[in-house]
Ligand binder design. Structure first.
Ligand SMILES: Nc1ncnc2c1ncn2[C@@H]1O[C@H](COP(=O)(O)OP(=O)(O)OP(=O)(O)O)[C@@H](O)[C@H]1O
Ligand SMILES: [Mg+2]
Length: 133
C-alpha cells in the first residue's frame, strides 16, 4: 500500500537570538517524514530541541528556515482564520506544561475544541474515556 505523508519537515532550522553577538542554533536542517498510521517518537536529551521541533511542526513557532507540512498544508502560509481551523482540525498537541484552562472543569477543557468546531459532544462517551485514562 502507498505510504502517504502526514507530517513533513524539510530542512527545518530554528535559531534563538541571545544578544547582538550570540545566536542559539537549536535545530539544524531537520528533515523527516511521518506517514499516516505511523507512531513516531522523537528522542533526545533535555535541551536538544524536541519541544522546539514540535512547536515548529504544529504552527506555533515559525522556523528560521526550512518548511513544514501537515496534511499537505504549510501552516505558516495560512490566513489567521484558516490557521485557527487548521489548529482545531489538523493537529492535536499535549503541551509539556499542559496549558489547560484552570477556570474550566476537566471535561470543558476536553470539549472546548469540539464546541469551537461546532461538533456534536457526547458527554457520556467523553466521561468514560476520561475515567479510563
Ligand atoms: N523561546 C525560546 N527562546 C530562547 N531559547 C529557547 C526558547 N525555546 C527553547 N529555547 C532553547 O532551545 C533549546 C532546546 O529547548 P527545548 O525546550 O526544545 O528542548 P527539549 O528537547 O524539549 O528539552 P526537554 O527534554 O527538557 O523538554 C534549549 O537550549 C532552550 O533553552
Ligand atoms: Mg521539551
Amino acid at each position: 500500500m502507498e505510504k502517504r505523508v502526514a507530517v513533513r519537515a524539510s530542512r527545518v532550522s530554528k535559531e534563538f537570538r541571545i544578544d547582538n553577538e550570540r545566536v542559539n542554533a537549536v535545530l539544524k536542517e531537520v528533515s523527516f517524514e511521518a506517514h499516516y498510521g505511523e507512531f513516531v517518537s522523537i528522542l533526545g536529551i533535555s535541551g536538544s530541541g524536541k519541544s522546539t521541533l514540535l512547536k515548529c511542526l504544529s504552527s506555533l513557532s515559525l522556523p528560521t528556515s526550512g518548511e513544514v507540512e501537515v496534511n499537505g498544508i504549510n501552516p505558516y502560509q495560512l490566513s489567521n482564520s484558516k490557521l485557527a481551523k487548521f489548529r482545531r482540525g489538523d493537529i492535536s498537541l499535549i503541551f509539556q506544561s499542559y496549558n489547560l484552562l484552570p477556570a474550566l472543569p476537566a471535561i470543558e477543557n476536553v470539549t472546548l475544541p469540539l464546541r469551537l468546531s461546532h461538533k456534536k459532544i457526547d458527554r457520556k462517551q467523553i466521561e468514560n474515556k476520561l475515567k479510563s485514562c
